[in-house]
Design a protein around this ligand. Structure first.
Ligand code: SF4
Length: 434
């Protein structure tokens, strides 16, 4: 039976294990798990119920672990479920906390325990540091079902260390279905703050795009008792402070640094930008770019025409392609490339790398119109021109050649009134009617 659902995301203590290779949540130390605080939080949650009969609790760890949720608080929560007419309760737990005694607490409410099995293969479970074996899952699942509860099993698609993903998944799904009432196939995406994130940076593992994931799990689409979860959290590469680097410099390392490369891959294989018109812009020494004088001039013109948010502003830099909405994310707000230190060789590499990045980006995202506001003799313009030629896309530089020839010797030509007037005029002609 399905009911309207309300979810509670609880921050309470920490996962007792906290070591799974792919999990950042389990490494978070949440709020102090006192009974009084939890009761207050539960009261507030139930006061917001609006007829929902199914409650799901997400806790990053184990609901049944006394250190995360003391027994008194758990019992209080279940009594509140009954008082508020909740018909079904779903919680998460590791197998070692699933005991007959604790399962008794659910008396009076239909319950479901979600267990992250991830894969039905002991060798891989050991390599991903899961901290339990398939037999532990099996025994816990049997206990839940014997106590009248439902078992919901999470399996991860695309774990590292697997030679034959298809065979491994087939085996795991068949196995999980034997002991579960429902199975969720989850697209494994990199949490920050976990070893898998480092493996991603080192190129030892990569996430599946939505399309790749859909192809892998195609055969289970619409199958009874199986659900597919393509994006369990809003995936944006977030680099924890301790692995951030000083990215000041000019040279190959500051062009194809792994921290830039994973972002460029993300922007092509995961990111879904707004469609319509793209406006490529230069980067700036000042970060975030929008605080620089050049960008303030550009933004003022875009704003004046009411085009902010209607055209997609994307910067070109040695860090790669940088959509405006990510300009203040590391590493885009933390690098510095001094043009004065450029050699002819690094300029050539810049054009080569940047045109490849732009080509991949434009090929995937299919904007209706490609505009730019760039100096004609800049490497970014040359790279953009090369990419557009190769894709047979018409590129319109809103800075006219005539104006550029007049202002090119100025210290910051794109800040000049003439250049910005071109931008405004160009936007009126090329962007206002679309
Ligand atoms: S996956 Fe679950 S058990 Fe593993 S660390 Fe994360 S919260 Fe803990």
């Amino acid at each position: 039976m399905t009911y309207p659902v309300k979810s509670l995301f609880l921050s309470s203590g920490a996962c007792a294990w906290g070591k799974c290779l792919f999990c950042g949540y389990g490494r978070i130390h949440g709020k102090n798990p006192t009974v009084e605080r939890l009761k207050r939080e539960f009261d507030s949650f139930f006061s917001m119920l609006n007829g929902e009969k199914w409650v799901k609790v997400f806790i990053s760890g184990s609901w049944l672990d006394d250190k995360q949720i003391p027994e008194e608080a758990r019992r209080y929560f279940i009594s509140m479920c009954m008082k508020n007419g909740v018909k079904k309760l779903t919680v998460e737990s590791r197998p070692e906390f699933i005991t007959n005694e604790r399962l008794n607490e659910f008396r009076g409410v239909d319950f479901e325990i979600a267990i992250g099995l991830e894969i039905a293969n002991d060798k891989i479970l050991e390599r991903i540091d899961k901290g339990f074996a398939v037999a532990d899952f099996e025994s816990a699942a049997r206990k839940v079902q014997a106590a009248g509860g439902l078992v919901r099993t999470y399996l991860l698609v695309n774990l590292p260390f697997i030679r034959d993903m298809e065979t491994e998944l087939d085996k795991s799904v068949d196995y999980a279905l034997r002991y579960s009432d429902s199975v969720v196939l989850i697209n494994l995406l990199p949490h920050s703050n976990c070893p898998l994130f480092d493996m991603w940076l080192r190129g030892e593992w990569n996430f599946l795009s939505r399309e790749e994931f859909s192809r892998v799990v195609e055969k289970w689409k619409g199958k009874p008792r199986i659900e597919l979860d393509i994006e369990t959290f809003r995936f944006i590469p977030k680099f924890p402070g301790e692995i951030r680097e000083n990215l000041t410099g000019v040279g190959e390392n500051f062009l194809t640094h792994p921290h830039f490369e994973v972002w460029q891959d993300y922007l092509v294989r995961w990111y879904n930008p707004q469609k319509g018109i793209v406006l490529f812009l230069p980067c700036s020494h000042k970060k975030p770019y929008s605080e620089s004088e050049t960008h303030q001039g550009i933004i003022a013109r875009v704003d004046k025409l009411g085009l902010r948010g209607r055209i997609h502003e994307v910067m070109l830099s040695n860090a790669g392609i940088v959509p405006r909405e990510f300009e203040n994310f590391y590493p885009f707000n933390a690098y510095d490339w001094d043009e004065l230190q450029e050699t002819e060789e690094i300029k050539r590499r810049y054009i080569e790398v940047t045109s490849r990045r732009i080509e991949n980006y434009l090929k995937t995202h299919g904007y209706e119109k490609v505009l730019c506001f760039l100096r004609y003799d800049s490497e970014s313009y040359r790279a953009l021109e090369m990419a557009c030629n190769s894709l047979r896309i018409k590129l319109i530089n809103l800075l006219s050649k005539k104006t550029y020839n007049k202002i090119k010797d100025k210290k910051r030509p794109l800040q000049s009134v003439e250049a910005l007037s071109d931008l405004e005029m160009g936007l009126k002609n090329e962007a206002m009617q679309v």
